[in-house]
Design a binder for this molecule. Structure first.
Ligand SMILES: Nc1ncnc2c1ncn2[C@@H]1O[C@H](COP(=O)(O)OP(=O)(O)OP(=O)(O)O)[C@@H](O)[C@H]1O
Ligand SMILES: [Mg+2]
Length: 221
């Protein structure tokens, strides 16, 4: 079964005149690393948000694990799908770095010793341990991106949607992210990677979709 399926989906922003997504039907599978590419403004981010259930289609439908995204709350979706926004500042909502990682554990009422251990592991992995007590607004773009991704992973999502995950990362950080994504995928975590970075996509993607003017113009494994 497809992990996410869009059926004849269209979308127009509330103040927009023309549809940004035009009649897209697509099945996305958990075993794949699916890349979404295309020019600026083609609709990649909008498509990602629709497939991740953050936006709901105006026409047609999106099924996530067989359930209509309109019937799922963001909380229910968040337990399944981890979503990294194109702008990580929008995603970070606590003031301290360690708090950002601990937040979900608190929400899930996990024992604090375990949450603390997990937080330290994640910060070490993403090379942010020395920033543990830092204010999040003082982080660089790349650091924010790594923190946002770290925070998503606390939920242990089955599926990731990453919108331009390599934009702020240098070669070393990109390679580390690569290794991590490969490991997650080998453990069965599916992903959609929205990116302009063709090197990164060619290394990772098992399927590439190209979006232009809100339509899929290319789709190949
Ligand atoms: N909140 C919004 N309200 C109105 N129009 C929007 C909104 N967000 C995006 N758009 C428009 O929708 C179209 C597609 O935008 P989208 O962000 O999905 O493209 P993209 O392919 O992700 O672009 P980029 O490569 O720059 O990230 C663009 O024309 C954009 O101006
Ligand atoms: Mg975008």
């Amino acid at each position: 079964m497809a992990y996410i399926e869009a059926r004849k989906m269209s979308f127009t922003y509330p103040k927009g005149k023309r549809p940004v997504i035009n009649d897209i039907s697509i099945k996305v599978f958990q075993k794949d690393i699916t890349a979404i590419t295309g020019h600026n403004g083609g609709g990649k981010t909008t498509l990602g948000k629709l497939l991740g259930g953050i936006l709901k289609p105006l026409n047609g439908s999106v099924l996530i694990c067989g359930r209509n995204s309109k019937d799922l709350s963001l909380g229910q979706i968040g337990k399944k799908i981890g979503y990294l926004f194109q702008n990580p500042s929008r995603q970070i909502f606590t003031s301290k770095v360690e708090e950002e990682i601990l937040f979900i554990s608190r929400l899930k009422k996990q024992p604090m010793t375990r949450a603390q251990r997990e937080m330290e592991e994640i910060l070490r992995f993403f090379d942010l341990y020395c920033k543990k007590d830092e204010y999040t607004f003082n982080l660089s773009y790349g650091e924010k991106q790594r923190l946002a991704l770290g925070a998503i992973l606390v939920n242990r999502p089955e599926f990731l949607i990453l919108d331009e995950p390599t934009t702020g990362l240098d070669k070393l950080r990109k390679d580390t992210l690569s290794e991590y994504l490969i490991e997650l995928n080998s453990k069965g975590v599916g992903m959609i990677i929205i990116s302009h970075d063709m090197d990164f996509i060619n290394t990772h993607a098992s399927r590439r979709i190209e979006v232009e003017g809100g339509r899929i113009i290319y789709d190949e494994r």
